[in-house]
Design a protein around this ligand. Structure first.
Ligand code: DX5
Ligand code: ZN
Length: 209
């Protein structure tokens, strides 16, 4: 089980990122919103690109934009392990997966809580990760949507049945309680405000593992 820490709720990104560097967190989860796909908390790319200056941690990039091609190109210059975009935001899924792979970066597809998990099935041979949203994208600090557990479970069973090596990442409202609902089915859990609103990041990260 890997943990990816979202900094969307942090007041000072540089301070949060430096502190995360001192923990054993596996990735820093970078949320990018520009109001073309959904409205929410916007941190401009010029700020996000500095993250790699403050930390050697690998980045788990979550694009919540319809300008996917443009931002794949920009974020590919950072220390990205994964670049994930929303299946609802484009009809050029294959092309965009290929673009990410051409940069030598793992490609992920994200789906909103309301979207049928069946929609990702045609792409499972091409992608490295599915990011299942357990809140509606936009802001940190929202409550975990319990129906998501079924989605995660359904995908896990399908991946096992088909012997597919795609990772499952779950994002939104993850804390020491909600993590217990999903941790047996997923490979990565994103957690933001639960970690970054505390004064002991490592303690919170350890409590999720
Ligand atoms: C929501 C973002 C999430 C969010 C996670 O749009 O994609 O990554 O910041 O934060 P918490 O853990 O506070 O829900
Ligand atoms: Zn996210």
């Amino acid at each position: 089980m890997k943990i990816s820490a979202s900094i969307l709720s942090s007041k000072k990104i540089d301070v949060a990122v430096k502190e995360l560097s001192l923990t054993d967190v596996d990735y820093i989860h970078v949320d990018f919103i520009d109001d073309t796909f959904i409205n929410g908390k916007k941190i401009p790319f010029r700020k996000l690109k500095k993250i790699s200056k403050y930390s050697p941690k690998r980045l788990d990039i979550h694009l919540m934009t319809s300008n996917i091609k443009k931002y794949i190109k920009k974020f590919a210059s950072l220390n990205a392990e994964y670049i994930t975009f929303h299946i609802e935001a484009t009809d050029k899924v294959e092309e965009l997966i290929e673009l990410i792979h051409n940069y030598g970066i793992h490609a992920g597809l994200a789906i909103n809580p309301e979207t049928d998990i069946e929609k990702v099935k045609p792409y499972l041979n091409d992608i490295d990760l599915v990011l299942i949203m357990s809140v509606n994208p936009g802001y940190g600090g929202q409550s975990f949507i319990p129906e998501t557990v079924e989605t995660v479970k359904t995908l896990r069973e399908y991946l096992n049945k088909e012997n597919l090596k795609v990772l499952i990442n779950v994002d939104g409202g993850i804390n020491n309680e909600t993590s217990n609902e999903v941790k047996k089915y997923v490979d990565i859990m994103v957690s933001g405000s639960y970690i970054t609103n505390s004064d002991n990041f490592q303690e919170k990260i350890s409590s999720l593992r």
